[in-house]
Design a protein around this ligand. Structure first.
Ligand SMILES: Cc1cc2nc3c(=O)[nH]c(=O)nc-3n(C[C@H](O)[C@H](O)[C@H](O)COP(=O)(O)OP(=O)(O)OC[C@H]3O[C@@H](n4cnc5c(N)ncnc54)[C@H](O)[C@@H]3O)c2cc1C
Length: 461
C-alpha cells in the first residue's frame, strides 16, 4: 500500500477523539494515497481480521469516527475532484475532499453542492454522506442523501461496485455475483418488514442517521422521501447515506449540482427565549427562507436567530426580506438586514467564533423541541454548568446541538456531562428505528461485522 501507516501512540493521537470528545484508541491508522491503496488497506484489515473505520475529518459528534479498529484516513490524500459534468449537473469527488474546497472550485462555474455548514466544521464529503449531514440550509436544499446521485464503494468482502439508481433505465447494474446476491436480498428484507416500519409513523426525515429505508417503494408503489427522482428506481447509493461507514467504504461520490443563487440576504432577529422562537417559527417558515438558524449563548440570555434567503430574482428577495421585517416589527423583535453578507446586530463576530464544546446532536420534531431542551438543560443543571444551544430548522423540526463554553467547565466533569447527554440523545435518536430491520440490512452487507462495528446495528440483532 502506498501512503502512510501510523502505529505509534504519538502518531495515532489525532485519531483518538471525535469533535464531541468520544474517545477510543485505534489499532493502527492507514493513510492511503489512492483509491487502489484504499482497497489494499481494506484487504490488509480483512486478512488480519480487524475492524475498519473509514474517517474523514472526525468532526462528527456521536463517536462514529473513533474505535478500536484500523482507521482509514481519507482526508490526507483522497481529495481529488474526478469529474465536473455541467451538462448533467453532477460532480464526482473522492471522499476526503471538504465541501468548502469543492464549492470554492465550483464558483467560476456558477454551481454548487447546496449545503452549508458552520465555519468550524470542515467535514469531508465522505463524512457528510456517512452521517447524512444536514447543513444550515437543509430547510431549502434537503439533507446530504438527497444530493447523492451515485457512489463507488468497496463492500466488506472486497467487492467493488457502483451504487446508484437501480431499475428500468437506472445506471446501477448487477455486475458481479456479490451484487446479484445482495440486491435481491435487500428487496426481500424491505418487502418483509417495510410495512411494519412505516406503520410506526416515524418518518426518517427526523432521523438523519441509520439506514435510509425511504429509498424503497412504499406498499402503494410510491417511493419514499429521498429516492431517485425517476419513479420506479431505487437509489442504493442513497441507502448508504447516513450508514456511518457500517455497510460499505466509499471511494468516490457523485453529487448533484445546483445553480448558485444570484442573490442572498440574511436578517438577524433576537427572541426573548426559545419558546418565543418556537411559537413564531411557523410564520417565519411561511416566508420560504433558505435557513433559520439560532444560538442562545448571547450574554443577555436572548436567542439570536438568523434567517437567510436565497433567490435568483432580486425583487422577490427584497419582498421576502420586507415581509420578515414587517413580521419582526409586529412581534416587537430587534432586527437588522443586510444583503449579501451576514451582519451581526446582537452578538459580535467574535462571539460567533468563540470556541465551544459540542455534544451529541439530534434532529427534533418541532412539537418535542421544548421538552428535549428542558431535559438536556436539566442535565447541565445537575452538573452545575450553564449550557447553550445551536440549531437550525429542517423540514419538520430542528437540528439541535447542545454546547458549552470552554471556560465554563472543568475537564474532569466533561466526560460525565457528555455521557449523560449522549445517553439521552441516543435514546431519542433511536426511537423510530426498526432495530430488527437494521440488523438484517447490516447482516446482508457485512455479515462478519467488520465495518465500523457497534454503530447503528449488529448483524443478527
Ligand atoms: C461545530 C460543528 C458543527 C456541526 N454542524 C453540523 C450540522 O449543522 N449538521 C450536521 O449534520 N452535522 C454537523 N456537525 C457534525 C459533522 O461535522 C458533520 O456530520 C460532518 O459532515 C462530518 O464530516 P467528517 O469528515 O468530519 O466525518 P467523520 O467524522 O470523519 O465521519 C463521519 C462518519 O462518516 C463515515 N465515513 C467517513 N468517510 C467515509 C467513507 N469514505 N466511506 C464510508 N464511511 C465514511 C465515518 O466512518 C463516520 O461514521 C457539526 C460538527 C461540529 C464540530
Amino acid at each position: 500500500m502506498r501512503g502512510d501507516v501510523l502505529v505509534e501512540s504519538q502518531e495515532k493521537a489525532p485519531y483518538l477523539f471525535d469533535a464531541a470528545r468520544h474517545h477510543a484508541t485505534p489499532i493502527a491508522v492507514a493513510l492511503p494515497e489512492s483509491s487502489l491503496d484504499q482497497r489494499i488497506a481494506l484487504e490488509i484489515a480483512r486478512d488480519l481480521k480487524i475492524p475498519v473505520i473509514t474517517r474523514g475529518s472526525g468532526t462528527s459528534l456521536s463517536g462514529q469516527s473513533v474505535g478500536e479498529a484500523m482507521i482509514i484516513d481519507t482526508r490526507r490524500y483522497l481529495r481529488s475532484i474526478l469529474q465536473i459534468d455541467l451538462d448533467a449537473m453532477r460532480v464526482t469527488v473522492e471522499p476526503g475532499l471538504s465541501l468548502t474546497a469543492l464549492n470554492t472550485v465550483l464558483i467560476p462555474h456558477g454551481v454548487w453542492v447546496a449545503a452549508e455548514f458552520p465555519a468550524g466544521a470542515e467535514g469531508t464529503i465522505g463524512g457528510m454522506v456517512g452521517t447524512n449531514a444536514v447543513g444550515r440550509s437543509a430547510l431549502r436544499y434537503g439533507d446530504t442523501a438527497s444530493a447523492v446521485h451515485a457512489m463507488d464503494v468497496v463492500l466488506a468482502d472486497g467487492t467493488t461496485a457502483r451504487f446508484g439508481a437501480f431499475g428500468d433505465g437506472g445506471e446501477m447494474v448487477l455486475s458481479n455475483a456479490r451484487l446479484n446476491q445482495l440486491i435481491p436480498q435487500l428487496f426481500q428484507i424491505a418487502d418483509g418488514d417495510r410495512i411494519a416500519s412505516r406503520a410506526s409513523g416515524i418518518h426518517r426525515a427526523m432521523y438523519r442517521g441509520g439506514y435510509n429505508l425511504a429509498v424503497f417503494p412504499s406498499p402503494q408503489g410510491q417511493s419514499g422521501r429521498s429516492t431517485s427522482s425517476m419513479s420506479g428506481l431505487v437509489n442504493f447509493a442513497q441507502l448508504l447515506a447516513g450508514s456511518e461507514g457500517t455497510l460499505a467504504t466509499i471511494q468516490s461520490v457523485t453529487l448533484r449540482l445546483k445553480q448558485r443563487p444570484a442573490h442572498r440576504a440574511q436578517v438577524q432577529l433576537a427572541f426573548s427565549g426559545l419558546d418565543h422562537l418556537i411559537s413564531q417559527q411557523a410564520e417565519i417558515r411561511a416566508l420560504s427562507p433558505t435557513a433559520i438558524t439560532f444560538r442562545d449563548l448571547d450574554p443577555r440570555g436572548r436567542i439570536l436567530v438568523s434567517v437567510d434567503f436565497h433567490e435568483d430574482d432580486e425583487r422577490s428577495l427584497q419582498q421576502r426580506v420586507h415581509a420578515l421585517e414587517m413580521l419582526a416589527a409586529d412581534l416587537g423583535i430587534v432586527h437588522v438586514m443586510s444583503s449579501g453578507v451576514a451582519v451581526s446586530a446582537i452578538g459580535s463576530d467574535q462571539d460567533v467564533e468563540r470556541p465551544e464544546i459540542c455534544f451529541d446532536d439530534c434532529l427534533v420534531p418541532t412539537p418535542s423541541m421544548m421538552d428535549v431542551i428542558s431535559q438536556i438543560d436539566q442535565i447541565f443543571v445537575r452538573h452545575g454548568v450553564k449550557g447553550g444551544w445551536h440549531g437550525h430548522a429542517v423540514a419538520h423540526g430542528f437540528y439541535l446541538r447542545p454546547v458549552l463554553s470552554y471556560t465554563s467547565v472543568e475537564p474532569t466533569r466533561l466526560q460525565d456531562i457528555q455521557a449523560a447527554i449522549g445517553t439521552f440523545v441516543a435514546r431519542f435518536k433511536r426511537e423510530g428505528y426498526s432495530r430488527d430491520l437494521y440488523s438484517k440490512i447490516k447482516a446482508a452487507f457485512d455479515p462478519e461485522n467488520r465495518l465500523n462495528p457497534g454503530r447503528i446495528a449488529l448483524p443478527g440483532g
